[in-house]
Design a protein around this ligand. Structure first.
Ligand code: SAH
Ligand code: SF4
Ligand code: F3S
Length: 475
C-alpha cells in the first residue's frame, strides 16, 4: 500500500497551501516525484490527476525533495503574493538541484499558463512548464526534459476534463475527497486571472463523476466535494440523444449513491445558483447545508466594475431565498477590499452586506492587480496599499465578530457530525464537521467510534473558529 498522506508544507489560507505525499515504503518505483500544490481546491484536485499520470509512467510519490528525480510545483496566479510564494520556493529548490544535477524541476498550473515559456527565461532552473490542460503530455515532456531540452506545453483545451483518469488520492484522511466536475470559467470578472489560465468552461461526463463518487464510497470515503469555478453552470449533454444534465440533476444523482455519502460543492456564483439547486439540497439530508457564495463587494457600482453581473439588492435577495428554502444553511463568502476607485462609503457597503448576510466564514483579500485582466486594462489600481490593508482589516475584524455570533447561535443545538479524526489538541477528543461545514470538537468518552463514523453531538461551548460539544447518543 502506498502511504500518500498530506503534509501541509505551508499552513496559509486556502489560496496558498502546499502539500506533498508521503514516501511510499514498498513502492515498485525506480523514480520519484515530489509535488507541492498552491491555490484553490481545483489545483489540489489536479495534482491528484498528475499523480495518477506519473504513477502510470513509472514515478512514485515522495515527500522528500532530496529523494526526488522530478520536483513539481502546481501553482496559482490569483494574486501577486501567490506567485511570489512560488518564486521563493523555486529558489529554495536550487540547492536540491545542485546536490542532484539530474533532478528536473517543473512548474504546473496557472502560473505556468500565465507566464508560459517566459518562466524558463525568468527562472533558470525550471525544466518543464505545463499548463492545466496539458497534463496528459507530462510523460513525453519529461522525456524531452531528460534529454536536456526545455519542455513546454501550455495549450488550453475546449474539451479536456480528465474524465477517464482515476486520481491518486494525495489526501490520506480517507474520509473526504475532491471530485472535479468541470474546468475553466466563462465569466469575466474583471479582477480575475482564472479565465486566462484555465480557459473555457467545460463540464465533465456525468457518468464518470457518478462512477468516481461511487468508487470513493466503496473505498470508505464518506464525503465528496464537487469542484468547479462555477458549479451551478454545470451542463452536460452526452453524445447521443440523452437529455442534458444540470447541476441540480447531478447533485441528485450523487446524493442517491448512498445516504451515508455526504455531498459538498464549491464554488457557486450568486448569479447562477438556482431554486432548483436549493430545493434539491432541501430534499436530501446528505447534501450539506452549506453554500460558499462569494460576494466580492457590497456596492453595486463596484460590482458593476467587477463585472459580477449582480447588484447589492440582487445578492441580498439571493441570501433571503437561501434562508427561506434552507433555514439551517451555512453561508460563507469571498470578499475583496480596495478594488479600483472604491470609496470609503462603498467599503462601508461591503461591511453592511456582510452583516446582512451573517456569513459564518469568509476568505478575505485586498485587491491585487493581475496583468492581462479586464481591470488591469480598464481601471487604475488607485487605492493606496495602506488603505487597502486597513479596509481589509476592518473586514477581517467584522468577520471575526460574525463567526463568533454564528457559533453562539449554535449553542444548545444538536448536529449530525462526520468524524474526521483526532482533535489537533488532544487524542482524547474527536474532530468532525457538521452539515454546515463547522468544525466540532468533542470528547471520545466510552464510545467505540472511528473516523468516518457519523454521530450526534450537542454543542455546549464555542470559540470564534470551533464548536465544542458532547456526544448525546450512540448511532
Ligand atoms: N471561481 C470562484 C473563485 C475564484 S478565485 C468564484 O467565482 O467565486 C477565489 C477568490 O479570489 C475570488 O472569489 C476573489 O475573492 C479572489 N480574487 C480573485 N482575483 C483576485 C484579485 N485580483 N485580487 C484579490 N483577490 C482576488
Ligand atoms: Fe474568476 Fe469570476 Fe470565474 Fe470566479 S467566476 S473564476 S472570480 S472569473
Ligand atoms: Fe489560483 Fe488557478 Fe485556482 S489562479 S485560485 S490555482 S484556478
Amino acid at each position: 500500500m502506498l502511504d500518500l498522506s498530506i503534509q501541509k508544507v505551508h499552513d496559509e489560507a486556502r489560496q496558498g497551501e502546499a502539500f506533498a505525499p508521503a514516501v511510499p515504503v514498498d513502492a515498485p518505483f525506480k523514480k520519484f516525484f515530489y509535488i507541492e500544490s498552491y491555490g484553490c481546491a481545483m489545483n489540489f484536485s489536479d495534482s491528484e490527476v498528475v499523480a495518477s499520470i506519473l504513477q502510470d509512467s513509472g514515478f512514485g510519490a515522495t515527500r522528500d525533495v532530496e529523494m526526488a528525480d522530478l520536483v513539481l510545483l502546481n501553482t496559482c496566479s490569483i494574486r501577486e503574493k501567490a506567485e511570489q510564494t512560488v518564486r521563493k520556493r523555486l529558489t529554495e529548490f536550487k540547492k536540491a538541484k545542485r546536490a542532484k544535477p539530474g533532478m528536473l524541476v517543473g512548474v504546473l498550473g496557472c502560473m505556468a499558463e500565465r507566464l508560459k515559456a517566459k518562466l524558463l527565461e525568468e527562472e533558470k532552473l525550471v525544466d518543464l512548464v505545463v499548463g492545466p490542460d496539458a497534463y496528459r503530455t507530462l510523460p513525453y515532456l519529461i522525456e524531452e526534459a531528460e534529454s536536456g531540452q526545455k519542455a513546454v506545453n501550455v495549450l488550453l483545451s475546449r474539451d479536456e476534463t480528465y474524465a477517464d483518469i482515476s486520481p491518486v488520492r494525495l489526501d490520506s484522511n480517507g474520509i473526504s475527497a475532491f471530485v472535479s466536475i468541470m474546468r475553466g470559467c466563462n465569466n469575466m470578472c474583471s479582477f480575475c486571472v482564472v479565465p486566462f489560465t484555465r480557459g473555457r468552461e467545460r463540464s465533465r461526463d456525468a457518468e464518470s463523476i457518478i462512477a468516481e463518487c461511487t468508487d470513493l464510497f466503496r473505498q470508505g470515503y464518506k464525503e465528496v466535494t464537487l469542484l468547479g469555478q462555477n458549479v451551478d453552470s454545470y451542463y452536460y449533454q452526452g453524445n447521443n440523444d440523452k437529455s442534458p444534465i444540470t447541476f441540480a440533476m447531478l447533485l441528485e444523482k450523487v446524493a442517491n449513491i448512498s445516504p451515508d455519502l455526504r455531498i459538498r460543492f464549491s464554488t457557486s456564483h450568486p448569479k447562477d445558483i438556482t431554486d432548483e439547486v436549493l430545493y434539491t439540497m432541501a430534499k436530501y439530508d446528505n447534501i450539506c447545508k452549506y453554500i460558499h457564495l462569494p460576494v466580492q463587494s457590497g456596492n453595486s457600482r463596484i460590482l458593476q466594475l467587477m463585472n459580477r453581473t449582480y447588484t447589492r439588492e440582487w445578492y441580498m435577495a439571493k441570501v433571503d431565498r437561501i434562508r427561506q428554502i434552507l433555514p439551517e444553511c451555512g453561508i460563507s463568502a469571498d470578499v475583496i477590499a480596495g478594488f479600483c476607485t472604491e470609496t470609503e462609503a462603498e467599503h462601508q457597503d461591503t461591511l453592511s452586506i456582510m452583516e446582512y448576510s451573517r456569513y459564518d466564514m469568509s476568505y478575505m483579500f485586498f485587491y491585487s492587480e493581475r496583468p492581462g485582466t479586464l481591470a488591469a486594462k480598464r481601471y487604475t489600481d488607485d487605492i493606496p496599499e495602506e488603505t487597502k490593508k486597513r479596509r481589509l482589516q476592518e473586514i477581517v475584524n467584522l468577520q471575526g465578530i460574525l463567526s463568533h455570533a454564528s457559533n453562539e447561535r449554535d449553542l444548545g443545538k444538536t448536529f449530525k457530525v462526520l468524524i474526521e479524526g483526532d482533535s489537533r489538541k488532544s487524542k482524547a477528543d474527536w474532530m468532525g464537521r457538521n452539515s454546515q461545514n463547522k468544525v466540532i470538537v468533542f470528547p471520545k468518552q466510552h464510545y467505540t467510534l472511528q473516523k468516518g463514523d457519523y454521530i450526534t453531538v450537542k454543542v455546549t461551548d464555542c470559540t470564534r473558529t470551533t464548536l465544542v460539544g458532547e456526544i448525546i447518543q450512540d448511532e
